[in-house]
Ligand binder design. Structure first.
Ligand code: NAG
Length: 382
């Protein structure tokens, strides 16, 4: 009897584990990367905490790392629907990581750069095209007015038309619109006191409107002859394969986010969440597009063991390190399921439906396996 009981609880445990991990897989997964090989923003922990909280409240999982070696596994990288550079700076990736990250973008992965992300990987031309421009300088932190020039974009729908911020108004070495970036936010130059260069000098680099936030969908890396400044334009010496091409996914960049205070400001967080959700709604990632091959970037909700890659172990390793923001470790699996089901965002709703369907079928399968195990136990032990 006790043996049977023990087997029975083991069987129940297997079912629970199956349900819990499938539920977590049903949520989209975002990598927060904040390695700093240059200046390190003191607000990085605040930004990470705020992004993790947004994930919990809006049904996406976050994995935070500053370990560049993680990028050396393509499988690990490909589990993410989007990669966010949270003020990552300097040469934040090694050459293997740079290659894998390029392939991730070329295969449709999403990208969201925040603040110092334009002051990162400046020796890598394809990255500069992805983010849209490289950092030039910034005047002292001050209050200035941001104009919403694309009010329909999800990253701007909650913003006042003229938005007063206290932040660093980054200037750039090139004009992002020449890479077909669409501006969402620009700075009202008349409200900024520049101190490194005259406004007319700055215009020569970044154009006559001062860009603050922009996006692009598709063809994220193409345009290898465009000048992006910073002495990285001459790519003739770069082997063709490493120059970067295509990229069907979505890329967003915002220059805002310097202070600790902004990461608890609801208006600012609405801007960040809108950008994140827009990137995550891309049809180029697996979580939104069933027709993509299993090798495509993005989380999969096909179920347990769909791809026996290191993706699951990669995220669990992060989870045990305490930086995995999902509520899915142990006690929290129930609430994870709840927040998926109650998700307001359209991607969340789609995921919620797909996720629960998968959960049911996996549970049934697991239950069948367990029943046969119990049957076997009964026949051998009696
Ligand atoms: C899914 O991906 C394929 C291949 O990239 C693409 O042709 C198709 O348009 C995508 N589906 C949707 C719904 O966008």
């Amino acid at each position: 009897m006790t043996r049977i009981a023990a087997h029975f609880s083991a069987a129940v445990a297997v079912v629970l584990v199956a349900v819990a991990s499938t539920t977590v897989d049903a949520r989209q997964k975002v990598l927060l990367y904040s390695r700093t090989a240059g200046y390190r923003h003191p607000s990085i922990p605040n930004a990470i905490a705020a992004l993790e909280k947004l994930g919990q409240e809006h049904s996406f999982d976050t994995v935070h790392t500053e370990n560049q070696e993680k990028f050396e596994s393509q499988d690990w990288l490909d589990q993410f629907d989007a990669v966010v550079f949270v003020s990552a700076s300097g040469e934040a990736l090694n050459s293997k990581g740079i290659t894998n990250f390029r392939k991730y973008i070329e295969n449709g992965g999403g990208y969201f750069g925040i603040h110092e992300a334009t002051d990162c990987l400046s020796k890598t031309p394809w990255y500069a095209r992805l983010v849209g421009a490289l950092f030039n300088n910034h005047p002292f932190i001050q209050k200035f007015t941001v104009n919403v020039v694309d009010p329909t974009h999800p990253s701007a729908t909650g913003l006042p038309e003229a938005w007063e911020v206290y932040d660093e108004a980054y200037n750039f070495l090139s004009n992002p619109s020449e890479l077909d970036k669409t501006y969402v936010l620009t700075a009202d130059q008349s409200t900024i006191k520049e101190n490194d260069q005259s406004v007319s000098d700055l215009h020569q680099f970044e154009g006559k409107v001062h860009p603050i936030a922009w996006y692009k969908e598709g063809d994220l890396l193409t345009a290898p002859t465009k000048h992006i400044g910073g002495g990285v334009d001459n790519i003739k010496h770069i082997p063709k394969k490493q120059r970067g091409t295509g990229g069907d996914g979505r890329a967003y960049y915002t220059a805002l986010g310097h202070t600790k205070a902004c990461w608890t400001d609801d208006v600012f967080l609405g801007h960040i969440l809108g950008a994140m959700q827009w990137v995550l709604a891309s049809p180029s990632i697996k979580s939104n597009n069933d027709t993509l091959p299993s090798s495509a970037p993005g989380s999969s909700f096909i179920g347990l063991g769909a791809s026996p890659s290191s993706s699951t172990s990669g995220s669990s390793a992060e989870a045990s390190g305490g930086s995995y923001a999902s509520a899915g470790s142990g006690t929290g699996s129930g609430s994870a399921a709840n927040s998926v089901n109650s998700a307001g965002a359209h991607t969340g709703a789609v995921l919620g439906a797909a996720g629960s369907a998968t959960t049911v079928s996996v549970s049934v399968m697991a239950a069948l396996v367990c029943l046969s195990a119990v049957a076997l136990t009964l026949s051998t032990s009696v």
